[in-house]
Design a binder for this molecule. Structure first.
Ligand code: ADP
Length: 246
């Protein structure tokens, strides 16, 4: 069943065409990535889905309630003056859940996210990886059926990023959230996705749709030849696009 779809969506920001007739869909429980160069318009798709940018042309359909999105923005967006536990409950509190009840929902998940001993810390006292895990937990605990993740591992060093991706793959395999991930990292897209949409440079068009039929788990083991071949294919698509425009 299709959980979410964009049909012929085009957007101008000011005088700048940013999205050009974008068509994409995500099935329920599917992990789909949007891969493209920086500045292509990937975050703009999320801003449309979350209502931050109004729809101009085309249609967006969502099978579930319009409140079904949980959004993790590009930066971890933790509030520096709130302790970790109070950051984690924030999304629920915004939904109208009392802080005490929100804590009750967050508590059982803390150990799984490696945050059990850090609830009274402030964000600045945590490592980058821990802050990202906190931001993810805050997103996931909202119980929304669709996760929109904008470069959730982008700010991390290579080792932490690999650890976080492995950890996230495990969580996703258990929960099967409908997930739309924005990334400019070819390897990350191949490691995590069922399907990948490749965007052109701005104005963004979908220039390829690639299925990744590699069995899971994929991370925590040497990359397969199949993964390498798909990465090469994606890089060629992206490089060809760059060459065409420069
Ligand atoms: P990505 O997430 O792929 O890096 P974004 O969706 O953040 O890209 O931005 C897409 C493009 O839209 C960028 O090149 C940016 O310069 C442009 N852009 C964003 N906001 C505006 C605006 N208000 N007016 C004009 N151009 C904008």
């Amino acid at each position: 069943m299709t959980a979410l779809s964009l049909k012929d969506v085009s957007i101008m920001l000011g005088d700048t065409p940013v999205l050009e007739s974008i068509n994409l869909h995500v099935k329920q429980g599917e992990f789909v990535s949007i891969l493209g160069p920086s500045g292509a318009g990937k975050s703009t798709i999320f801003r449309l889905l979350t209502g931050a940018v109004p729809l101009q042309t085309g249609t967006i359909s969502c099978a579930s309630h319009e409140d079904s999105f949980a959004f993790m923005p590009q930066r971890d967006a933790l509030m520096p003056w709130r302790r970790i536990i109070d950051n984690l409950t924030l999304g629920l509190e915004v939904q109208g859940v009392a802080r005490k009840d929100a804590r009750t929902q967050v508590m059982p998940l803390l150990a799984d996210f490696g945050l059990a001993d850090f609830t009274t810390h402030f964000p600045a006292q945590l490592s980058g990886g821990m802050r990202q895990r906190a931001a993810l937990l805050r997103t996931i605990v909202q119980g929304r059926s669709i996760q929109l993740l904008d470069e959730p591992f982008g700010a991390l060093d290579a080792l932490t990023r690999t650890q976080m991706q492995t950890w996230f793959e495990d969580r996703w395999r258990a929960a099967r959230w409908t997930t739309l991930l924005v990334t400019h990292d070819v390897r990350e897209a191949v490691a995590l996705s069922d399907r990948i949409y490749v965007l052109s440079q701005r104005p963004a068009r979908v220039i390829a749709e690639i299925i990744v039929p590699i069995p899971r788990p994929r991370l925590g083991r040497p990359p397969s030849t199949q993964a390498h071949d798909i990465e090469t294919q994606l890089l060629e698509i992206l490089l060809h696009q760059t060459g065409e425009r420069s």
